[in-house]
Write a protein that binds this ligand. Structure first.
Ligand code: R5P
Length: 310
């Protein structure tokens, strides 16, 4: 088993390698003057079970090309099996034709990864589970939900909690956590009544006096969660916190979250946290390295990955 890190999240790859008592394989990713990417693997990988760790996060296109080119290099170097470990799978939000003459980019990206030589994919909380079907190779889609449930139990011990889905699309994920924690679920129904008029946030469920915990897969601009927190507090919630798998946090999202009523937002390190995130008053980063490492070990040993979540 060999682990190779591309450039999107080296600290996570190092933590995974340390958990497996391995060293990262030596490779370099360089640029030509016109910014073309060139990858060179500096050690023999012939016949090896190789795991390439790369989140296709910002800058998404560069990180995607690094992953594709690395898979190509490994395939041509006769690696026995290549697993693309993609903690955050970018382009996942483009998983259907959103309108006439629009692409399904998540499918295109799945094709590219497969064509580049990946034999399997290991990822975390895909935006939509059915994206697994875009690949004709095995996909293990890990869930942050059991880790989040354990963390919520210890951090909110003794508090009257309620899990909240910030939109109708996230109900299944939120309900799964509420069921694990044996607590109630509320849903925020966002609606824009007319173009140019701000969104109306209807809270479905009685959140009065509750410590509300918003659960979602992605925080990008932070708009969805900040508005949801305002709506919850406006409906009498005692506090609003959040557990989100992928901290995309584009632009000034960290500042926006710091200025919101959110007590604490926990994200994972599926995407490398920026300095603004690390310094923020109410963002907290939770490492997925142990669970990724365990899943990789099980893939290598050909043992069950799903039983990790029992
Ligand atoms: C949407 O379907 C996702 O689950 C997130 O709710 C969304 O991507 C969050 O985006 P933003 O933080 O920009 O509101």
């Amino acid at each position: 088993m060999k682990i190779l890190a591309c450039n999107s999240n080296r600290p996570l790859a190092e933590a995974v390698a340390a958990a497996l008592h391995l060293k990262l394989a030596t490779a370099s990713v360089r640029r030509f003057a016109d910014l073309e990417i060139f990858v060179e693997v500096h050690e023999n990988v012939r016949g090896e079970d190789v795991f390439v760790i790369q989140s296709t996060s910002y800058p998404a296109n560069d990180h995607m090309m690094e992953l594709l080119i690395t898979c190509d290099a490994l395939r041509r170097a006769s690696a026995r099996r290549i697993t693309a470990v993609i903690p955050y799978f970018g382009y996942a939000r483009q998983d259907r034709k959103a309108g006439p003459r629009t692409p399904i980019s998540a499918k295109l990206v799945a094709n590219l990864i497969t064509q580049a030589g990946a034999n399997r994919v290991l990822t975390l909380d895909l935006h939509a589970g059915q994206i697994q079907g875009f690949f004709d190779i095995p996909v293990d889609n890990l869930a942050a939900e059991p880790m989040f449930a354990r963390d919520i139990r210890s951090h909110f011990n003794g508090r009257d909690i309620m899990i909240v889905s910030p939109d109708v699309g996230g109900v299944v994920r939120a309900r799964a956590i509420a069921t694990r924690l044996n607590c109630d679920l509320a849903i925020i129904d966002k609606r824009r009544e007319r173009a140019g008029v701000s969104e109306v946030m209807n809270v479905i469920g009685d959140v009065r006096g509750k410590d509300c915990i918003l659960v979602d897969d992605i925080v990008d601009s932070g708009g969805t969660l900040c508005n949801a927190a305002v709506a919850l507090m406006g409906n009498g919630a005692k506090s609003a916190s959040a557990y989100i798998t992928h901290g995309v946090l584009s632009g000034n999202a960290a500042e926006r979250i710091a200025a919101s009523p959110i007590e604490c937002m926990t994200i994972t390190d599926s995407i490398l946290p920026t300095e603004a995130v690390l310094q923020s008053r109410n963002l907290r980063v939770f490492s997925i390295a142990p669970v990724l490492a365990e899943a990789m070990q099980r893939i290598s040993d050909e043992s069950s990955v799903s039983s990790l979540f029992d």
